[in-house]
Every structure is written in structure tokens, then in C-alpha cells.
Design a protein around this ligand. Sequence first.
Ligand code: AQP
Length: 338
Amino acid sequence: MENTEKKLIQFSGIKPTGALTLGSYLGAIKNWKSMVEEYESIFCVVDMHSITIRLNPAELRSNAIEQLAYYIAAGLDPEKCTLFIQSHVAAHAELAWVLNCYTMFGELSRMTQFKDKSAKHADNINAGLFTYPVLMAADILLYNTDIVPVGEDQKQHVEICRDIATRFNNIYGEVFKLPTPVLPKVGARIMSLSEPDKKMSKSDDETGCIILKDSDDVIMRKFKRAVTDSDMCVRYDPVEKKGIANLMSIYSSFSGKSFDEITREFEGQGYGTFKAAVGELTCDAIRPIREEANRLLKDKAYLEEIYSAGAAKAARMASRMVDKVYKKVGFVKKPRLF
Ligand code: AQP
């Protein structure tokens, strides 16, 4: 008999501000992929979020296409997932404006990412940086999303999304579904290899950040130089031994081994051996993704087909939500324009 039960929906996205990192792979994409069979899956390249910082336009465009290729290469099968580029679906901007009017200045001021990014880009603290979480709330709420798989740094933004949705629902009835953030058990916060008290970020220093495009040689070199400590014992202690704890998280994410198992495996061996093992495991996991992404990037027509079909499907779903919201707030029904 045909299974008519509707699947719950997972939605997530990554901004194409640079090349994808090992952090975004372990914190987000790998987790997305693990839930594709169970959930209806919608994944977005959130290019509109990227322009809160000044980027070279040609670079942004090529990052966005490259990111889509990496999504597919990492196993997000376009037959099973809706893959699209955010700026292709106007409903994201439309709902974001409405939600701006239901979001408080005070709550946006408390966002950690806003405080961090304002400090980092002191010469360009634009309104988009401030209202970033509102656009993210629109992204999520447009699709009746049940879960949002993210890394730890984005959890606060899913929480404010719930607050905005609750405020709107309290006024207009049950319009939005309240989404739940889902973090991976291991790898929710991968740290920089060179400064292990800082998150590994696309826009940060090159030596501490593994990008999925890195060759095996580069990956091995970066792991070899990873900052550790003088204790010489592979043991999980994220307070006193941040560098080693980070390497253990990466090793655990790829191998599925627990921290105790890893400690036993490397007992009596130097950090050099452990770092090389983490590097090799990372290379083995990333190499096929990189190779497949490079192959896909040679076929721009195929990628265009995928993001066009994805946008058409997403736009159909999203426009239903925009119509509902516009009606609730009192806008006159849109005439047919074409
Ligand atoms: N280091 C990380 N560890 C675990 N998860 C991470 N994510 C990002 N870095 C790590 C998760 O991956 C998704 C990427 O989201 P994003 O690129 O839209 O936002 P971000 O968190 O701001 O990523 P970056 O790399 O730090 O970008 P820049 O440097 O441009 O600000 C999210 O789910 C995130 O949690």
C-alpha cells in the first residue's frame, strides 16, 4: 500500500561568503544528509544573507554555484531534496519585511552574532547585519519547517525565530509552525586549528580553517600545524585542552568512535601520530566530495537545471505562506500581474 503519511520538514542553509569549511560540513551538511530519508528536505544557498559584508559580486556568484555543487557532491541528492538559491525566491524578502515589524529592537540587539560581526566589521555595521535573524526567520517559517539542523552558533537565531513566530501567532492565530533547532551530537562547534578558542569560520585566517576545496597535502599540513598543548595525552578536555578536544571531535565525527575509544586508540602515542590520523581520516572523507564537486562544476547547465527546478518548487510552497500572512496582516489580495 502506498505510504501517504506526510513527512516532517527539515530546512537549512549556508551563506556563500566563502568556500565551505570543515566546520560547516560537520556542523551542518553531514547532519542534513543523515536526515534526508526521514524528512522532506529543503536546502538553500542563502546568498541574500551574504551581502551584510562587502563581497566582490563575481566572487559571490561563483561561491553560490560552487556551494550548490558541494551540496550535491556531499550527498544531498536533488531527486530527494529541494535545492535552491535564496535570492531566486522573492518570498524570502517579502516575508522578512513583514516579520521585521513583529521583531523587537531589543531582542535583535542581544544576538551574539550581531555583536561579534559588528566588532569585526566596525566600519560597516549596516541594518542588514542587525536584521539578519529576521530574514533567517522568514527562510525557516516560509516552509512550515519542523526542524532546522544547524551548528551551535546558529541555535540562538532559531530561538529568536520561534519567538517571532509565537508573537505573530498570538496576534493572528496559528499561522506559523514553531521550528526546533537540531544540533549534531559531535561537531556542533568545530574550532579553528590555529586558535582553538575561536570557531572555525569561512572568513577567518587560512591556517586554522580547513576548506573542502583544500588538497590532501594542504589538509595534512594544516593538521600537522594544529595548536595543541604540552600534556602529550589524547584526552577529551574542552576547557584545558581545547586544541586536542577539537581534533578529537573531528576524529569522532568521521569515525563514529567515542572520545574514550579514541583515547585508548592513541594511548602512549605522540600528538604527531594523532594529528596525522585525524588528517588522513579527513582527507579520505573530503576527497570524494571535492572530486565530485569539481566534476559537477564543469557542467554548469546541469547545476542551472537543479537550482531552477528547486526555486520553482520552493516558490510554490513559499508563496502560499506569503499569501496567508499578507491576508492576516490586512493587505489587499494581490491581483494577477502577468
Ligand atoms: N565551525 C563550525 N562548527 C560547527 N558548525 C558550523 N557552522 C559554521 N561553522 C561551524 C554551521 O554551518 C552552517 C553555516 O552557516 P553560515 O555559513 O550561514 O554561517 P556561519 O555560522 O556564520 O558560518 P561561518 O563559516 O562562520 O561564516 P562567516 O565567516 O561568513 O561568518 C550553520 O548551520 C552553522 O552553525
